[in-house]
Unconditional design. Structure first.
Length: 220
């Protein structure tokens, strides 16, 4: 039996000085863009790790959901339900330039889904979004709340971990991932799903000998 290689992907969504701002200058509105980074670690046989950093983005649908939840009110023109919450993880193959699989195309504010979603499993009923004979969304493995040392150690960080096991998404070239909200996190749920955040990264070929760990940090 072949050893299973584990790759860890760390993603951060951070609301910092460069992301959120207020302005009274009518002629120069602030372009608010919640943006963080993704860290992809691939462990080699000798124990060393390769690191690649790329940006990720909380997209418009995700930001609109936050608005609804803060005021606990359905808003006309916003597609998501105010009672949705982060509940599913998706993968895709449409995050890179076709001519160069190692050249990610940055996510944009207007993204409302993965560019080319790929299935997780045909049999695992803990997954969701079943169509065309496959499940396309994986559950989170853990959600942890952590203190933020940059902000008086207040509980402002959520860490979402999703493990893509050796049984998931095999035979696909992965280059994008997303967090999705919905009204349920129960296996077999069929939707609706709202894209909250999306990340693109250099292509990772998924095989039965490779396990991926995605660690997504949300800062508030």
């Amino acid at each position: 039996m072949k050893d299973i290689e584990t790759t860890t992907v760390k993603i951060e969504d951070k609301y910092g000085d460069c992301c959120l701002g207020d302005s009274c200058n009518y002629n120069h509105p602030v372009n608010r863009k919640p943006e963080g980074r993704v860290e992809i670690y691939e462990e080699n046989e000798d124990g060393t790790k390769n690191l690649v950093q790329k940006s990720n983005l909380v997209v418009y649908p995700g930001r609109e959901l936050i608005v609804e939840k803060i005021i606990n009110q359905e808003i006309t023109g916003i597609a998501s339900d105010k009672d949705e919450y982060l509940s599913w993880f998706g993968l895709g193959s449409g995050g890179v330039d076709i001519a160069d699989p190692f050249d990610p195309l940055p996510p944009t504010n207007s993204d409302d889904d993965l560019t080319t979603e790929i299935p997780m499993s045909a049999t695992d009923t803990d997954c969701a979004d079943f169509h065309d004979g496959e499940y396309y969304k994986a559950p989170f493995d853990t959600i942890e709340t952590e203190t933020d040392p940059d902000n008086d150690n207040r509980l402002l960080i959520h860490k979402i971990t999703t493990i893509i096991t050796s049984d998931y998404a095999n035979g696909y070239n992965l280059s994008e991932a997303g967090l999705f909200s919905s009204l349920s996190n129960v296996g077999g749920y069929l939707g609706n799903f709202t894209l909250f955040a999306r990340v693109t990264f250099p292509t990772i070929v998924k095989t039965v000998t490779r396990r991926l760990i995605f660690i997504w940090y949300l800062y508030f």
